[in-house]
Design a protein around this ligand. Structure first.
Ligand code: FE2
Length: 322
């Protein structure tokens, strides 16, 4: 009999609940996302209240479907404290009330593992891009090592901030406007070793708002930022000697980023995988799947559950992959 894990995601603006079986079947994956007022970023207390309001309904729907799950997992971090606590408290209450083991998992690794499950990638260099994180990862010596990352803001956050500065709503508007752009403006290209920086490019692009077409600004922004991401990913592929690249996280939905990585992979003879769009953003299924992979590390006492706002990808022993 396959086991079923109920996973709870609550690191940022999305509260998500997923049910996944130990054979890798996603039985349920539903979420509700807090939307800040136009022109504003996430206000943590508002997001916490949102999560508190939507959590009973989402968890109730999952339980209706599966009855009593075999395992509960939750996003332990990294993320924003007020929202992380909502998810952890829901998970703790379920584990105690139903007397089920509880495991806290790393959100970034959950993005990697749901990407591997859904695409069949075996041992890739992973580019994980979202509103909160930008990392180039590979499994070496039992841990997901960070080969490159942003030194300031994540690419998804950079896209959101630029969109707002240009009078649009968010990252998807940048992609839409970029499709209509044609003129490549000269922007800063900020790769430092294997690390990246996006905040200077956002400032530069925002200052061009009254001088250039919005479409050309968005087009140039994507071309520069995605070239930087592709360059660092390519160098990781070369250094570590892998023949697979996996793109995961919310920004994996961007078609131009996928296209650039695909071309790079074709030129290197590597296979390219992108997580499907329905599993790209934050979701409960990825937390449930990683919970199953980590069930040996479940807590003996749910009261020992903690959150880690700066929980790093390379802190976790990857015991489930040889
Ligand atoms: Fe995420």
């Amino acid at each position: 009999m396959p086991k079923v894990c109920l996973g709870i995601e609550s690191t940022a603006h999305t509260f998500g609940v997923g049910l996944v079986s130990s054979s890798g079947e996603i039985l349920f994956n539903s979420s509700d996302t807090y939307r800040p007022k136009k022109g504003s970023g996430i206000i943590p207390n508002e997001a916490r209240e949102h999560h508190q309001q939507v959590s009973p309904g989402l968890i109730g729907s999952a339980l209706e479907l599966c009855g009593k799950p075999d395992l509960i997992s939750y996003s332990k971090g990294p993320g924003m404290g007020p929202m992380l606590h909502v998810g952890m408290n829901c998970a703790k209450a379920l584990a105690k009330n139903l007397d089920i083991p509880l495991v806290g998992v790393n959100h970034c690794i959950a993005h990697v593992e749901i990407g591997a499950l859904s695409t069949g990638a075996k041992n890739p260099i992973t580019l994980y891009v979202s509103g909160g994180n930008t990392q180039v990862l590979a499994l070496t010596e039992g841990r997901y090592r960070v080969f490159g990352e942003t030194l300031d803001i994540a690419i998804g956050n950079a896209m959101d901030v630029l969109a707002r500065n240009l009078g649009m709503n968010g990252a998807p508007d940048i992609e839409g406007a970029a499709l209509k752009g044609a003129k490549l403006l000269e922007l800063p290209y900020t790769v430092k070793g294997m690390d990246l920086s996006f905040s200077g490019i956002v400032t530069h692009c925002s200052r061009l708002a009254n001088k250039e077409n919005v479409e050309d600004i968005c087009y140039s922004f994507q071309e520069y930022c995605f070239a930087m991401l592709t360059e660092v990913t390519e160098r990781a592929v070369a250094h570590v000697g892998r023949d697979e690249v996996l793109l995961t996280g919310g920004v994996a939905r961007n078609k131009r980023l996928s296209e650039m990585l695909r071309i790079m992979c074709e030129e290197r003879g590597a296979k390219f995988f992108a997580v499907p769009k329905e599993l790209a953003g934050d979701n409960g299924a990825m937390i449930a799947w990683l919970g199953l992979l980590m069930q040996d590390q479940a807590l003996k006492n749910p009261e020992d559950a903690t959150v880690g706002q700066r929980f790093r990808t390379d802190e976790v022993d990857v015991t489930w992959k040889k």
